[in-house]
Design a protein around this ligand. Sequence first.
Ligand SMILES: NC(=O)c1ccc[n+]([C@@H]2O[C@H](COP(=O)([O-])OP(=O)(O)OC[C@H]3O[C@@H](n4cnc5c(N)ncnc54)[C@H](O)[C@@H]3O)[C@@H](O)[C@H]2O)c1
Length: 334
Amino acid sequence: MVIGIHLIYLDQVEIELLRKCQPNLRLKAVFLPIQNQKSKIVSQNSFSFEMSRIANVGVIGAGAMGHGIAQVFAQAGYDVKLNDVSLEFVDKGITRIDGNLARSVAKGRMTDIQKKQVLSKISPTPDLSEFRDRELVVEAALEKIEVKSELFRKLDKICQKDSLLASNTSSIPVTQLAGLVSNSSRVVGMHFFNPVPVMKLVEIVRAIQTSEDTVMKIQEVSSSLDKTAVVVKDSPGFVSNRILCPMINEAIFALEEGVAKREDIDTVMKLGMSHPMGPLELADFVGLDVVLDVLEVLYGEFQDPKYRASPLLRQMVRAGYLGRKSGKGFYEYS
Ligand SMILES: NC(=O)c1ccc[n+]([C@@H]2O[C@H](COP(=O)([O-])OP(=O)(O)OC[C@H]3O[C@@H](n4cnc5c(N)ncnc54)[C@H](O)[C@@H]3O)[C@@H](O)[C@H]2O)c1
């Protein structure tokens, strides 16, 4: 049972169980997820529990990742401001969060009241200047260096000098983004995975400027979101995409060379390697354009032919066959 920060999700039965626990076990259950971390005590549902010192978070980008990131922060009790290029885009993100939470209500994982509590934690904010009070900003806008650079320059002017600035980038060097702001020791990569509410990992990317204090705070925040954090160096593709994208690329080469049919390639990896999805299904899920972008970064940075993108992948991206989001990739979606 997940306790700690997620106490607002306990239903009556779980709360009764917790009440019946021996006090020492109860405390252990409540404090375990964030033990050994400096934190303050807050009170909710008549229990006291620990919460990360950071309380105000800003999320930039309300798309596939940003809406999920805003959701998990709100679920963990943070006050969240969600920003996108227009109110319409922010509202679309909030509608997606509403849909995710409605599914949780339908499955009995939370009550309608708890859903409303989570939604009340998120404020739509099309104006980035409203981020001046945010202690942590997580940028999840488009994977374009120009877009992220402009945002980091703006954040440098808007936010307090000690606020933490994190990017959810999949492939852009965090070191480059850190170089754009004063006090670059507070810049870090906070790489969530899709779908954010479900995936347990956060890859914390340490730029060469990132301070130990920043890394520790982000570890603490990740833990409060009930995520497992792994700290990695700011190296192309980090760990996740450096391994994942070449594997997907190899599967596409195998398809292109007629080694096996798409379903068979996926079946080999699912049944033979216990992967929950085959590489071609996963490519469709991630987006073929995203996979190609990452391969280009790996190829460009390492100058190693082993990262050369398969011609079929390039053709499919040119044709607009981007996977689930475009309705067609290696499979068809209606
Ligand atoms: N999709 C994934 O599986 C995945 C996984 C991990 C990390 N990422 C990274 O997360 C980031 C977002 O990816 P996504 O899949 O959510 O993309 P997306 O296209 O679904 O969403 C991006 C959002 O950013 C908004 N945006 C663009 N420019 C902006 C600006 N200047 N200010 C505010 N908002 C702006 C867009 O309007 C859009 O709503 C990228 O850096 C991507 O590499 C994606």
